[in-house]
Ligand binder design. Structure first.
Ligand SMILES: Nc1ncnc2c1ncn2[C@@H]1O[C@H](COP(=O)(O)OP(=O)(O)OP(=O)(O)O)[C@@H](O)[C@H]1O
Length: 504
């Protein structure tokens, strides 16, 4: 069984947030007991740290082309900022406020929450669009949540995204390929649409490098010559404070088997801790299935204490109905245990969650352009991810996060940020998407982090050999354009095309 630092006793760490570290225990934001009782939605909104920054945020958005908002998990960035903007008139005259998320589950969840807070029907004033599902109304929707992949699709029909007045790229630290492409394209769009406002937000973003990215070289020169017009330099706003305390516990010694350690920790929490649901982060379906099996067996042999556990898996391959179970209220006297991949890592608020168990690992894509092989590998997470995971607790009441790695490892060995997906992936889909958007000079594209030239060349070679690109590296007609029309499944199609190519 994993031995935690002072197991059974309360000894929260009091570290300040240095170099992406975590740990929040500040009495000033210590939760009031109000988290437990009934509080009106308006009161809940006003209690969020971001509420105090309403005027500052609106001022910065008004006066700056780009505003970078950094604020703790649960401080209210995702649910509140779009509402502030709407209240301030940014959706008047038929304009729309967009807020992107890297993951579909988060899009649906935050859109529902914001519709509830505004007292409107989801799909009308507040809507969302994800792959295969558009719950928005072009005439009515004023705040729209969408994945960054869907925003990219929209750019194919409307390259300047003219209907949007403000686009908030949320959870920008995730650095998915789509987020990176979106950021590069939004920077381009800004030059053509000076009235467009961008907000880049996250709890764990490197604000300075993001700000430098949005300062084009021209603007940088102007800044050096002090001739910069106000508003062109991105504003950075740091939202202080968080909702509720999250105590962090580390194991004393490294664990050998994180699935077993996660299961033991769940049982330990169930035995020793007051009521509250548990969210466990593992890496993928195989781990999750193994953990559920083990937990069910151990809970059974553990006797009556564990009989009240409701164990639910969460990963992207589940049906919508299966995923929705995690949002259902936990019956009295029971304890829900959600065992998830990192799809629950950002943006989600699961009402009953008090305890988080973080294995310290996730499945990550790694691509080798020399061998042209892409693998999904179980790899250590970054401090940014660890912080996001801990942040799934402490949203409606104080919480605890049990990390299945040592504090020493966290402080000294864990990387601050993960490697952007663009630098560790096969770029075939990415190249098609950019070509379809009319970006011909892909190597010269304004990347936040450049992909390796080898990966880029390999992708161009593959697409040329499949007849998707011509001698000038432009999309061929009709094959190239047809493939580009279905970008979300084009990887799969290309895989089959390649197979056919190899076989015949
Ligand atoms: N579905 C929900 N049910 C109840 N409360 C919610 C819900 N969604 C959000 N909240 C409340 O609003 C708070 C702010 O959530 P929000 O997602 O806006 O924060 P955030 O700063 O964007 O966090 P993160 O960086 O983790 O995405 C939560 O901590 C919680 O108190």
């Amino acid at each position: 069984m994993a031995q935690f630092w002072k197991p059974g006793t309360e000894k929260p760490r009091l570290l300040e947030d240095e170099d992406g570290g975590v740990i929040f225990l500040s009495s000033s934001y210590s939760s009031s007991s109000s988290g437990y009782g009934y509080v009106s939605i308006e009161k809940q909104r006003q209690r969020l740290p971001v509420y105090k920054y309403r005027t500052a945020i609106l001022y910065l958005v008004e006066s700056h082309a780009t505003t970078i908002v950094v604020g703790e998990t649960g401080s209210g960035k995702t649910t509140q900022i779009p509402q502030f903007l709407k209240e301030a008139g940014w959706a008047d005259g038929g304009r729309v406020i967009a807020c992107t998320q890297p993951r579909r589950l988060a899009v649906q969840a935050v859109a529902s929450r914001v519709a509830e807070e505004m007292g409107v029907k989801l799909g009308e004033e507040v809507g969302y669009t994800i792959r295969f599902e558009d719950i928005s109304n072009p005439d009515l929707t004023r705040i729209k949540f969408l994945t960054d992949g869907v925003l990219l699709r929209e750019m194919m029909d409307d390259p300047l995204l003219t209907k949007y007045s403000v686009i908030m790229v949320d959870e920008a630290h995730e650095r998915s390929i789509s987020t990176d492409i979106v950021l590069g394209l939004l920077k381009k769009i800004q030059k053509r649409r000076p009235e467009l406002r961008l907000i880049i937000s996250s709890a764990t973003i490197e604000a300075k490098s993001m700000s430098n990215f949005f300062l084009s070289s021209k603007r940088r020169q102007a800044l050096e010559g002090e001739e910069l017009r106000p508003g062109l330099e991105p504003a950075i706003l740091s939202v202080e404070g968080r909702g509720f305390n999250v105590q962090i516990h580390y194991v004393e010694d490294p664990v050998r088997d994180y699935v077993q350690a996660a299961v033991s920790t769940v049982l330990l929490i169930n035995d020793k801790e007051p009521p509250g649901d548990i969210l466990v982060f593992l890496t993928g379906q195989d781990d999750i299935d193994a953990a559920i099996k083990l937990l069910t067996e151990e809970a059974r042999s553990n006797g009556k204490n564990s009989s009240g556990l409701i164990i639910l898996p969460l990963y992207s391959g589940l049906t919508r109905a299966e995923q929705d179970l995690i949002f259902s209220p936990t019956p009295k006297g029971k304890r829900k245990v959600v065992i998830s991949t990192n799809i629950a890592e950002t943006s989600l608020t699961l009402e009953g969650i008090v305890y988080v168990v973080d294995s310290g690992f996730s499945k990550q894509r790694f691509y080798n352009p020399i061998s042209d092989i892409e693998n999904l590998v179980v790899a250590p997470i970054s401090k940014a991810s660890a912080r996001q995971r801990a942040g799934r607790a402490g949203r409606l009441r104080p919480g605890k996060c049990y990390r299945l790695y040592t504090e020493e490892y966290f402080l000294n060995e864990m990387s601050i940020q993960g490697i952007p997906e663009i630098q560790r992936s096969n770029l075939v889909s990415c190249v098609i998407q950019l070509k379809a958007l009319g970006i011909d000079n892909i190597l010269g594209f304004d990347w936040l982090a450049s992909p390796s030239p080898e990966s880029m060349i390999r992708a161009l070679e593959v697409l040329y050999s499949l007849g998707v690109l011509d001698d000038d590296a432009k999309l061929t007609s009709p094959v190239g354009f047809q493939v580009a029309e279905i970008p979300l499944v084009n990887k799969l199609i290309l895989f089959h095309l390649r197979l056919l190519f190899i076989l015949f």
